[in-house]
Design a protein around this ligand. Structure first.
Ligand SMILES: NC(=O)c1ccc[n+]([C@@H]2O[C@H](COP(=O)([O-])OP(=O)(O)OC[C@H]3O[C@@H](n4cnc5c(N)ncnc54)[C@H](O)[C@@H]3O)[C@@H](O)[C@H]2O)c1
Length: 274
């Protein structure tokens, strides 16, 4: 019997087959989970909806709802429809972030007020908004697990990550406050701080290939993480195997974030390459 047999959940943030949320969804499905999904609302043609349906319908998706997290009424509709379908949910995945390239690629002191607010709203506030709407609707089952995706640039300075680093710091702090507030109801809230993975959003972050090279050279394992690994860790964090973990930021980065200085072989390689 799968770990998620009889378990129901809501997945936010599958845009395409490269999305982290898709990697986690596939692992949840293998373990028997039933799921509802959101996509960004379409303007003219149903492009986002079609892309999502192509992926999740073969898995027997229970519900597909458009939801822009900047719109409270769309969040409410998503939560209402999920409640109608499932009654309660055992897990909620939030795998959403956005910053306009004009605000993301420059130094943080040059980002616009509007761009800062938009990035914060989508990348950090949305976790509070969705969790709040779910709590208000009494959607969260006992021992519900909420999981979001973060990055090390929210803890320390990673050149190029810039504005998104500030958003991730707010997101990780939101995880801790939410965990403290929802814990008495039996709900856990955590984040995975994932190393770089080639997704559409990641390409918007400055010098992405350089980041992959850096992790490969510096991490204790001398490797980058894989989609399979983020899928497995996401599934674990949403499952009943991780009931002792809450208010935590789990580093899934082959140990990169624990290195205080680059290893000698990496420095020697840089020297030999001149
Ligand atoms: N790829 C990486 O290297 C990496 C590393 C660590 C953390 N993350 C985080 O993982 C999460 C998922 O990103 P990804 O890399 O899978 O990229 P992705 O582009 O596949 O996913 C981002 C998702 O955010 C959604 N989104 C953006 N604005 C939205 C809005 N207003 N309303 C609703 N949805 C909206 C997009 O539709 C998309 O599904 C993000 O929080 C990202 O910061 C990514």
């Amino acid at each position: 019997m799968g770990l998620f047999e009889g378990k129901k959940g809501l997945i936010l943030g599958i845009a395409n087959p490269f999305s982290i949320a898709w990697a986690i969804t596939q692992k949840l499905h293998e373990q028997g989970a039933e799921m509802a999904f959101n996509h960004l609302p379409d303007r003219d043609k149903p492009k986002n909806e079609k892309k999502l349906r192509k992926l999740v319908e073969p898995l027997g998706a229970e519900l597909i709802v458009p939801c822009d997290v900047c719109d409270d009424s769309q969040i409410e509709t998503l939560i209402d429809r999920t409640a109608e379908k499932f009654g309660k949910i055992d897990f909620l995945l939030h795998s959403i972030a956005f910053a306009h390239p004009d605000d993301l690629t420059g130094p943080t002191y040059a980002c616009s007020r509007r761009g800062f607010l938009q990035a914060m709203e989508i990348s950090a506030y949305s976790l509070l908004a969705v969790a709040g709407a779910a709590k208000k609707k009494d959607l969260l089952a006992d021992e519900c697990s909420i999981l979001t995706l973060s990055y090390f640039g929210g803890e320390e300075v990673i050149p190029g990550y810039n504005l998104m680093g500030i958003c991730k710091a707010a997101l990780e702090c939101s995880v801790r406050y939410l965990a403290a507030e929802l814990g008495p109801d039996g709900t856990r809230v955590n984040a995975i701080s994932a190393g770089p993975l080639k997704t559409v959003s990641a390409q918007g972050v400055g010098e992405f290939q350089l980041m992959l090279d850096l992790y490969e050279g510096v991490s204790p394992m001398r490797k980058n993480i894989s989609m399979d690994e983020v899928g497995n860790t996401g599934m674990f964090m949403l499952s009943g195997l991780s009931t002792g973990i809450s208010a935590e930021v789990v580093h899934l980065d082959k140990g990169f974030s624990k290195m205080g200085a680059p290893p000698h072989d990496f420095i020697n390689k840089l020297r030999s390459e001149g």
